[in-house]
Design a protein around this ligand. Structure first.
Ligand SMILES: *Cc1c(COP(=O)(O)O)cnc(C)c1O
Length: 434
């Protein structure tokens, strides 16, 4: 399988190059040349398969030209050391819980698969790969934990000093080994600027194999389609298809669902559920995307005003808004609607939603009311509520327990290197550390 750039279908490359480069040289996003339809027998017996077996079948067409069978098995085995259970929440509605990985958020799926693939490719190119990642919190922890202990890879996490929560900070400053945390005396924007400048710095590029673990990387998208299949396999009513509501920011998660549908998964509708950063629901209404600066909300991992994967969605639908509307509905919700449903859900059912999953639930409810659909109704629960402990406790008016995985991080000892936000000083520190 080859991959082309969303800016130019003639710019094609291998999986290896697409993963190593991240973004195409013309700044487009990589797309698979074909999305193969899986055979009927696969769907007929899918309920007998676990998520690893599903992953092997789903991802194989994308990887077989670049990764031998045995190595690919190992990559899937190491990626999926946790499950994605489908949990009934209310009458007819289930949560697809994507927070049982090491950092308790769905980004673990993408980060782990990508780290394994990059580790494999680094051994082929015989060079150490240096990953520079700027984080305002969650991406850094998923990437750092995903790459922890992967041979041939060094990870440098840049984060703004004093501007991430304690638990987020602990998730990437306590790991050691091949992970180094650079504590920048500036803002998240400073961290991003330093990373961008470093990528353009020819001296650094000659010396190190630099790459980003950015969410636009195709290696983060492919594994996010696995759990749509496994949710379908476990749907409560086998005679019905499924509707998925996806709490969205950059729309990587939803785009992976669209891939699954193109591969033959019987999905009656996707619901694009957003907070007030609603450029995609607005696009569905008006037919034009109007990017805007993002607005801060309680579901802050979805505070995106110009979704990076929109280019992939447009590529899939060839810019035809009516084709998009046929498969995707979109709704947006305010913070107060979000916290209201969190409290109501907890009071009435005991189920605790995180702010992102809550937006997904609200979108699903609204879609079911408007459409009268009787598909199996599933929303993606993208983070464990304890990751957003303060917000959740304020919404519920009571304390929630910290799960062991997160409590372990809190016990760890923070180790970071204080680094200046001035580029030349940053560069000197970086060279000393590498
Ligand atoms: C990143 C993130 C999202 C948004 O996912 P996209 O793929 O960017 O749309 C939703 N919820 C949580 C908890 C996240 O971390």
């Amino acid at each position: 399988m080859k991959f082309y750039s969303t800016n130019n279908k003639k710019l094609v490359t291998t999986l290896r190059e697409a993963v190593l480069q991240g973004l195409a040289s013309d700044n487009g996003l990589y797309m698979p040349e074909q999305i193969p339809v899986l055979p009927k027998e696969f769907f007929e017996s899918i309920h007998e398969l676990d998520i690893k077996q599903i992953a092997l079948a789903v991802a194989r067409p994308f990887t077989e030209a670049d990764v031998p069978e045995e190595d690919f098995h190992r990559i899937v085995e190491r990626t999926l050391q946790f499950d994605a259970p489908l949990v009934p929440v209310t009458e007819g509605i289930s949560a697809l819980e994507l927070f049982h990985g090491p950092t308790m958020a769905f980004k673990d799926f993408g980060a782990r698969f990508m780290s394994q693939l990059l580790g494999y490719f680094s051994s082929q190119i015989n060079r150490e790969i240096v990953i520079l990642v700027a984080t305002s919190g969650d991406t850094g922890s998923a990437v750092a934990n995903g790459f922890l202990g992967v041979d041939g890879i060094r990870v440098m996490v840049l984060y703004p000093s004093g501007k991430v929560s304690e638990i987020q900070e602990k998730q990437f400053t306590t790991l050691g080994r091949n992970i180094t945390a650079l504590e920048i005396d500036g803002t998240f924007d400073d961290c991003q600027r330093l990373v961008k400048t470093a990528f353009l710095d020819q001296e650094l590029r000659d010396k190190y194999f630099l790459t980003s673990a950015n969410s636009i990387n195709i290696a983060r998208l492919i594994p996010q389609s696995f759990y749509y299949f496994s949710a379908y396999a476990r749907r409560p009513r086998r005679d019905k298809d499924v509707v998925f509501s996806v709490p969205s920011g950059n729309f990587g998660n939803l785009t992976a669902g669209l891939f699954a549908k193109r591969m033959g998964l019987p999905v009656s509708k996707f619901v694009a559920s957003t907070n007030v950063n609603d450029v995609v629901p607005e696009y569905l209404q008006r037919g034009v995307l109007t990017p805007r600066p993002s607005i801060h909300t309680l579901s802050n991992a979805m505070d995106v005003g110009n979704p990076s994967n929109f280019a992939r969605m447009m590529d899939l639908y060839q810019n035809d808004v009516n084709a998009v509307r046929a498969e995707i509905a979109g709704y947006s919700f305010t913070d107060s609607e979000t916290t209201d449903i969190m409290r109501k859900m907890s009071d009435e059912t005991g189920y605790v939603l995180d702010p992102h999953g809550a937006v997904g639930y609200l979108g699903l409810k609204k879609y079911l009311e408007e459409s009268g659909s009787d598909s199996n109704a599933i929303f993606l629960a993208t983070a464990h509520p304890a990751k957003f402990k303060d917000v959740v406790e304020r919404a519920l008016g009571k304390e929630i327990p910290l799960p062991d995985t997160l409590a372990e991080f809190v016990k760890g000892v923070k180790k970071s290197v204080p680094v200046s936000k001035e580029y030349e000083e940053f560069k000197t520190s970086l060279k000393q550390l590498l």
